[in-house]
Design a protein around this ligand. Structure first.
Ligand code: GLN
Length: 309
């Protein structure tokens, strides 16, 4: 793996690892409950190609909600800003990621942002392709371009496990279809969204996703524009305002970098013009963020002066 283990990061990981006992694995997706609660890994990827890592770096995890950022980028590439934001808003909700309440109470009944489940379901339905396979394949291909490597796949066991327990997401998708936010068949949207959430990688690849966004969409090694700067900018802005669920405001104060978390315990962070960070630590706090990952981000922000505010 092209990422060097780093003693300083290792010390921080060991200090943060003690917090894993305060957390719980996500068990509403049964396959995620099998994760090792004490696991923690981190990587920092820099524009000059250097990369530093520590902890259980080889462990691959699913992206879960982190995939919402890449799906948003593809939906914007496929449809343009105007189309996307006619169907999904730009405001944080202050509610849990899987809450349905504001869909009903706030007219015109479109999801408030693309980082909550309702908004992400709408975004996934905007990814172009003839079939779920083709649409998922396009998303995986974009992920590979972002990371700069092939061989990304999704975890079938996790996807299947979520498919069997996704009734809340299914209910949101029906609601969105009723209000013409989505046009696809609900089963198709759920299948695509669930498989997208099950895309898996290790913390090094996750750090590279953060790095590409940090570099405004330009691949640091090849100079190729993988995403237009405007798309990278929209993604990072949503990461600041909505990326850590209903703890995004607190994270902005305590850490101060665009970041997106997922219920697998992942955190992908993007420090503008400086580096990308990938973390996996499956023990979650009560809002669904990696408890040790959050602590580690706070420590790294202080030590390396990462806050952009
Ligand atoms: N697949 C998960 C879900 O829809 C993703 C949520 C998350 O990571 N917060 O519930």
């Amino acid at each position: 793996m092209d990422c060097r283990s780093d003693e300083e990061l290792y010390q921080l990981v060991q200090e943060s690892r003690v917090h894993t006992i305060e957390g719980m694995v996500a068990d509403y997706i049964p396959a995620l409950a099998k994760a090792d609660l004490s696991s923690l890994s981190v990587a920092m990827a820099f524009p000059d190609g250097s990369c530093y890592s520590a902890g259980d770096v080889e462990t691959k995890s699913t992206l879960q909600s982190i995939s919402k950022v890449i799906a948003l980028a593809l939906a914007l590439l496929d449809n343009g800003e105007e189309y996307v934001f006619q169907r999904v808003g730009m405001e944080p909700t202050g509610d849990p990621f899987n809450s349905i309440i504001k869909l009903e109470t706030i007219a015109p009944h479109k999801p408030l942002n693309p980082m909550i489940n309702a908004g992400a379901l709408a975004v996934s339905s905007m990814i172009k392709g003839e079939s779920v396979e083709e649409r998922l394949g396009r998303l995986i291909h974009l992920t590979e371009l972002i990371i700069g490597e092939e061989g990304i796949g999704y975890n079938e066991e996790v996807a299947q496990s979520e498919l069997e327990t996704a009734d809340l997401n299914r209910s949101m998708a029906y609601y969105l279809k009723q209000h013409s936010v989505i046009e696809d068949e609900v089963d198709e949207v759920i299948e695509l969204y669930t498989k997208q959430c099950a895309i898996e990688m290790n913390c090094v690849d996750l750090a590279k996703v953060g790095l590409l966004l940090a570099m405004d969409g330009k691949h640091p090694a090849t100079g190729e524009m993988i995403l237009p700067p405007r798309v990278a900018s929209i993604c990072k802005t949503f990461m600041v305002t909505c990326g850590m669920y209903n703890a995004s405001g607190e994270f902005a104060i305590r850490v101060g970098v665009p970041a997106k978390s997922g219920v697998s315990g992942g955190i992908m962070a993007s420090v503008p013009q400086r580096c990308g960070i990938g973390i996996f630590g499956p023990a979650l706090d009560d809002r669904g963020n990696s408890v040790a990952g959050w602590d580690l981000m706070e420590k790294m922000s202080k030590k390396y002066d990462l806050s952009m505010f």
